[in-house]
Design a protein around this ligand. Structure first.
Ligand code: ADP
Length: 486
């Protein structure tokens, strides 16, 4: 069984969010599974110029070819690298991938179309690798099932099945329909009509609509989110399609990589430099040691050093999706409560400014770290007592899974993957997207912290004992691959 896993980012090569965590861990976990049928799963990524030099140096050049996109004829090289037992292919294009940022450029539409077509074309140039399944992820690779159907059915890929995984339905790849001909090269093909959608009284071209129409199977990253996207509230204009495709739609919860996220071995806590600052590794029963991390972080961030005061944390993109308007609404209440808040994130200006302003007003209680900082995130998971994740919607969410491993109790809104993983025995939750309901949960957490330490410890015990490693999710993906090929 040969599987090609395609994504636009994967840890440790390039990362902006949870997709990178998944693409960096899931293929290795699937490959490691025992069983009569081995899964030869390989990953294809853009050879983005921001990939750290240590990996770029080890890459081996394999071949090159040209990709036709409408009137364009573009060079594409293939490099490969073995990492954690998995073969990674990197598609090289100076024109499209020699950039400082992964997303947000004016030619994103063209770059994603190029990458999607190049993934298929590359399969024709790889000796001994003819994927039975092509697993695509998010809108960046959404055109793969479309191009496969339109242009590659007479090639060695004629039997390949496709899976499309939705990590975030908010970003669908929506453009003026003009691009269908001029950029995507799909003018006058059947896909021309399938990609078109009426939204807000005008016609657009929608990449994800194409993927969800043509893919053999659609998955989301949690069972609850698979249900939710069939409703108009969560469906982002595609709920009608998910309802039609209910028989080939399922949710498989993401896992996390416990080699990376483990407070007992985490080098960001246990290295000599970290130890000097007061950080320390701790195991599932080391809750006293966990408090030392809080003291160390309080010192590092200039907060009042006190292990008795509960530290709440946010590690997130600062966007509407993450429900931060509820938190900013509650900032006056937070500032008056016996708690600390540390925010680590970048994103929308108004959130960055609100958190920074409050941090400036209450320097001993609130800290706003407006940046993307992996090292600090590890320390904060270890130091925090509560992780706030009041998302408006959450396809899976990794933050709550990591937080639980570090015995930081998640306080979440009951939606998507948060609903599937957090409950009253391992954290705190509220249902309605409403700041008063969140305030009630937050006050409950404070009450339990100050007045019922036994219950707090019992929640921590439940949280750390949950197994959200990749093993069960990898098994579910492998079963799905086998099901599609049966
Ligand atoms: P998303 O919707 O952004 O994919 P997830 O919860 O699935 O959200 O994954 C977020 C991942 O990104 C987690 O590993 C989290 O620790 C990390 N992360 C988010 N913001 C930051 C930041 N500012 N600094 C470091 N890591 C971050």
């Amino acid at each position: 069984m040969q599987i090609l896993f395609t994504a636009f980012e994967a840890d440790p090569f390039m990362k902006t969010g949870g997709l990178a965590d998944v693409a960096g861990s899931m293929p290795a976990a699937v490959k490691a599974l025992d069983g009569p049928e081995e899964a030869d799963i390989r990953v294809m990524l853009p050879k983005y110029s921001g990939i750290p030099g240590e990996y770029q140096e080890k890459m081996e050049f394999l071949s090159y070819f040209y990709v036709d996109l409408s009137w364009r004829h573009e060079y594409c090289g293939i490099f490969s690298l073995e990492h954690k037992g998995v073969t990674y292919y990197f598609l090289d294009s100076e024109k499209y991938f020699n950039r400082n940022q992964l997303y947000g450029d004016n030619d994103d539409c063209e770059r994603m179309a190029f990458f999607s077509k190049a993934c298929l074309e590359a399969c024709l140039h790889l000796d001994g690798f003819d994927p039975d399944i092509i697993h695509c992820n998010d809108w960046h690779t959404a055109l793969i099932p479309v191009y496969l159907r339109e242009f590659y059915r007479e090639t060695s890929l004629k039997k390949a099945k496709t899976i499309f995984t939705i990590h975030n339905l908010k970003f669908q790849g929506i453009y003026d329909p003009y691009v269908i001909g001029d950029t995507l090269g799909l003018h006058n093909t059947p896909a021309d009509a399938q990609l078109r959608q009426w939204r807000d009284y005008s016609c657009c071209a929608n990449f994800m609509l194409g993927a969800c129409t043509y893919a053999d199977w659609i998955t989301t990253v949690s069972p609850s989110y698979a249900e939710e996207i069939c409703t108009p509230y969560y469906g982002e204009g595609l709920d009608w399609l998910f309802n039609m495709r209910r028989d080939s739609l399922s949710g498989i919860l993401n896992g996390i990589d416990y080699d990376v996220w483990n407070p007992a071995t985490d080098p960001y806590l246990g290295s000599d430099a970290a130890k000097e600052l007061g950080y320390t590794n701790y195991g599932p029963r080391g809750m006293k040691k966990k408090l030392e991390n809080k003291l160390a972080l309080q010192k590092e961030l200039g907060l009042k050093q006190d292990k008795e005061i509960p530290m709440f944390a946010i590690i997130s993109r600062l966007t509407e999706q993450k429900g931060l308007d509820l938190v900013t609404y509650l900032l006056p209440h937070i500032a008056q409560s016996e708690m600390q808040l540390v925010v680590l994130g970048i994103g929308d200006g108004h959130f960055e400014e609100a958190f920074s302003w409050y941090a400036h007003q209450y320097p001993e209680k609130i800290s706003a770290q407006i940046k993307f900082d992996n090292a600090l995130s590890h320390k904060l998971y270890a130091a925090a007592d509560v992780m706030l994740i009041p998302s408006r919607f959450e396809p899976c969410g990794l933050t709550q899974l990591i937080a639980m491993k570090y015995a930081s109790l998640p306080l979440v809104r009951e939606t998507g993957g948060l609903k599937d993983t957090v409950n009253s025995s391992n954290g705190f939750s509220f249902l309605t997207f409403n700041a008063d309901d969140m305030k009630y949960s937050l006050d409950c957490a404070l009450d339990i912290w100050y007045n019922n330490r036994t219950e707090w410890l019992s929640k921590q015990k439940q949280a750390v004992s949950a197994d959200y490693s990749w093993s069960s999710s990898a098994k579910a993906y492998k079963e799905l691959y086998q099901h599609l090929l049966s």
